[in-house]
Design a protein around this ligand. Structure first.
Ligand SMILES: [Mg+2]
Length: 244
């Protein structure tokens, strides 16, 4: 057997592509949907705003990948000159979220996995790289009937760091009241999730089915501590560790 590993006290999950089945779709369209509401009588202004939002978001994720900090959606909007206190923003945000809704559906294995972890005395956490508010994410979990099973949730939009920065993982562990060595992180991205959590002292389980866009990939040589081809595999991996 390998080196002794501390008792596992928490499993922390990524959101997109991990708790939601991976969907490939046109990322530019989310901003086109938003911009069409803001400029419903001006096609050119609408296309221009959509393009600027798409570019601003791409730049924000590039900053995230290079450890330069997190972004909230309101920051992006203000960056391109949108007044987020205006009623038209609320209407545009509603359209944007409606566009996203089919891509936010919680995997049906989430409830049995989280119930299984809690039955084992293991805490359930969320750590997500996101520009959306925690309230929005909690609303999604509530809609899908799993909010009650989350012990702690941390969203990059509400802290200064994004994955793979170790501080993001440390913040999540602290929120759960565990040491990083007592936690495992489950995610679909080798760089942000596997490399990030292992660098912060956690174990990592990789969910290998997402088709990460090439522009979002960071090449990294990592070996996850476990691979979950479906979420229910997380319980078997955890049981394997606990029985050592
Ligand atoms: Mg993900």
């Amino acid at each position: 057997m390998g080196r002794p590993v501390p008792q596992l006290r928490a499993v922390i999950f990524d959101w997109g592509g991990t708790l939601t089945p991976w969907h490939t779709f046109d990322l530019a369209e989310q901003w086109a949907v938003y911009a069409r509401v803001v400029h419903d009588d001006d096609e050119r202004a609408s296309a221009d705003l959509a393009a600027r939002l798409f570019a601003a978001e791409a730049a924000a994720w590039q900053r995230a990948r290079t450890g330069q900090g997190s972004t909230h959606m309101d920051d992006l909007l203000r960056e391109v000159g949108v007044d987020t206190t205006d009623a038209v923003h609320d209407a545009a945000l509603t359209a944007y979220r409606h566009f996203w809704e089919p891509h936010t559906i919680t995997d049906e294995q989430v409830r049995p996995v989280w119930e299984g972890l809690r039955e084992r005395g293991i805490r359930v956490g969320i750590l997500s790289n996101t520009i959306w508010s925690g309230d929005y994410h909690r609303g999604v979990f509530e809609r899908d009937g799993v909010l009650d099973l989350i012990d702690s949730d941390v969203y990059s939009s509400e802290i200064a760091w994004t994955k793979p920065h170790p501080k993001a993982f440390q913040t999540s562990a602290e929120a759960l009241g565990v040491e990083p060595s007592e936690a495992v992180y489950v995610g679909d991205r080798p760089f942000e999730d596997v490399h990030g959590s292992q660098s912060a002292g956690m174990r990592a389980i990789w969910v290998p089915h997402s088709e990460i866009p090439v522009a979002q990939q960071v090449s990294v040589d990592v070996t996850p501590d476990g691979v979950a081809h479906q979420l229910l595999d997380v319980l078997d991996i955890v049981d394997g560790w606990q029985s050592r």
